[in-house]
Ligand binder design. Sequence first.
Ligand SMILES: Cc1ncc(COP(=O)(O)O)c(C=O)c1O
Length: 332
Amino acid sequence: MTLQSFIGNTPLVELKTLDVPAGVRIFAKVEYMNPGGSIKDRMVSYIVDDAERRGILKPGATIVENTSGNTGAAIAVIAATHGYRAILTLPDKVSKEKQDALRAMGAEVVVCPTSAPPHTSDHYVTRALRIHAETPNSFMLNQYDNPLNAEAHFHSTGPEIWAALGPSVTAFVASGSTGGTISGTSRFLKLKNPAVRSVLLDPVGSIYHRYFHDGVVDSSQIAPYFVEGAGEDHLAKCMDFSAVDDVLQFTDADAFDTCRHLAQREGLICGGTSGANVWGAVQVAHTMTEPATIVTVLPDSGNKYISKIYNPGWLAEHGFTSGEDRVPEPTP
Ligand SMILES: Cc1ncc(COP(=O)(O)O)c(C=O)c1O
């Protein structure tokens, strides 16, 4: 069995300790169980397979990509196992653990300022495009605008959820960056049952919420936030709003509080977007008037953020509660 053959078919866990109305169940796919440690393995392996089949990705090639780290990890795994070179551009807000893990797997990492505005030469997307243009025999997945990204979820995440829960699925909830997860999974679930509700979670500071509700990209909304991997400062072509029924905003505190709950009460040590996704699933649960099954994903592991989300000093420094009081004292 190759490492790649273990991508997908991740565990689907029912979360039992959340504050939801009676009759509403929440399930989460544990995507950090993928070999590269995140949901991004799905689309990277799908796009690389496609490119190899079509002869676009040739032996000895260099894979170049802009990434918040998880796509980079997935690329680094595939590059290591298939003999490619990997050059990855990252915004500097990406945690040190993630940057170091990429280097450990032999990838070359180019760190760019998070504050660089989109389309300027220092922005991590522009840097990746330039490196791609200047590197012979290089291949870019182009995860933001590549329809195969969403297609990967249409052919894996969606069918896996349907195979496990079938017509009981009421809603799918996920944060989005490229939009691959929400678009592809929602498209598949809606194909099976058009009544399935799809809800995108967007961090305060990202453009998607305003764009969905008012149809405008409002750059005055762009603001820094700490959650890594969700939200955008530009519209990704992969984000298919025709497959989305609603967009809810979350704050870093919503995400981080829920992360600690998941770690301390469910035994799931997750990254910030997992906290956001589960927080969103709970919000959606409270809108349900009948028994419902809400599904979400836990895109990556909290082990990548020990120095931040799970570090009381870092939390206090940035004005977040450390949440130690969330776990009740055992009764004598
Ligand atoms: C941790 C994490 N969560 C969620 C997402 C969003 O997934 P998608 O790009 O499929 O919208 C990403 C994407 O980078 C991510 O790294």
